[in-house]
Write a protein that binds this ligand. Structure first.
Ligand code: ADP
Ligand code: MG
Length: 249
């Protein structure tokens, strides 16, 4: 039984069936990739997992509990944290201040930008944020404006902000989109490091095959809103249906 179990999930936008009967089983403490062409329904599926969209049909279970009918905030509290396709950080704040926000929110159950100056007086929160910056190998950037960082470092900060919530399941939607090769490789290394150091399950939507084959233990291929095949990376690479539908051969 997986930590995340998606059964027969369907989602329609007007006349478009974005998701058909999606079944997905993500085993605990694995890296599971979801791949597929543009418009396959990958982001829609992710949105159904985090409460941003409500599926028309089917069920989504996390650690034996249904996520359906819960708000994104409640689902986050259950232990699911999500990295968005474009980095969601506060550019005008320092890297350290950014990192303090999720730690503060986890402790007090509220997310607020007001009172960020008071937050600096909270020694335990500053220390927890500093530790997380060390874990993310970005302690040297703590005073920098977040907006001034490279795309790769913004992504690194954002992943750190998600981890600061201590999730059991980390969801990433194309984390290397728009990145230069060096930043992409750094992101791969960071995710490998996270996997080694923490008890965490990672589900990653990714277009870049280099990233997918560097990280994933299982791969689900989504095409036109329906899972085409789920298998190990080696089997996916050689799968004729996948080559045809996705790798364009
Ligand atoms: P992917 O992430 O795999 O590229 P998406 O899940 O973003 O695909 O989109 C799947 C399909 O659903 C696409 O045809 C897209 O245009 C459509 N779609 C996604 N979100 C919406 C929405 N909010 N309203 C209408 N159509 C949508
Ligand atoms: Mg998408």
């Amino acid at each position: 039984m997986g930590i995340l179990e998606v059964k027969d999930v369907g989602k329609r936008f007007g006349g478009l069936q974005a998701l058909g009967d999606v079944n997905l089983d993500v085993a605990e403490n694995t890296v599971h990739a979801i791949i597929g062409p543009n418009g396959a329904g990958k982001s829609t599926l992710l949105n159904c997992l985090v409460g941003k969209l409500i599926p028309d049909t089917g069920s989504v279970m996390f650690d034996g509990q249904s996520v359906l009918g819960r708000t994104p905030y409640q689902i986050n509290q259950m232990g699911i944290s999500r990295v968005f396709q474009t980095p969601e950080i506060f550019g005008e704040l320092s890297v350290l201040e950014n990192m303090m926000i999720p730690i503060f929110a986890k402790r007090d159950g509220a997310f607020r930008l007001q009172g960020i100056d008071n937050m600096m007086g909270e020694k335990d929160i500053v220390e927890a944020a500093e530790k997380m910056l060390v874990d993310m190998n970005m302690a040297d950037k703590r005073e920098m404006h977040a907006a001034a960082m490279s795309r790769g470092d913004k992504r690194r900060l954002e992943i750190g902000m998600c981890l600061a919530q201590e999730p059991r399941l980390l969801l990433l939607d194309e984390p290397t989109a728009g990145m230069a090769r060096a930043d992409t490789n750094n992101t791969i290394d960071l995710l490998k490091q996270i996997k080694e150091e923490r008890d965490i399950t990672i589900a990653i939507i990714e277009h870049d095959m280099h990233v997918v084959f560097s990280l994933a233990e299982r791969i689900t291929v989504l095409a036109q809103g329906t899972p085409l095949v789920e298998d190990t990376p080696d089997n996916i690479k050689g799968h004729p249906k996948v080559r045809e539908a996705y790798l364009g051969e």
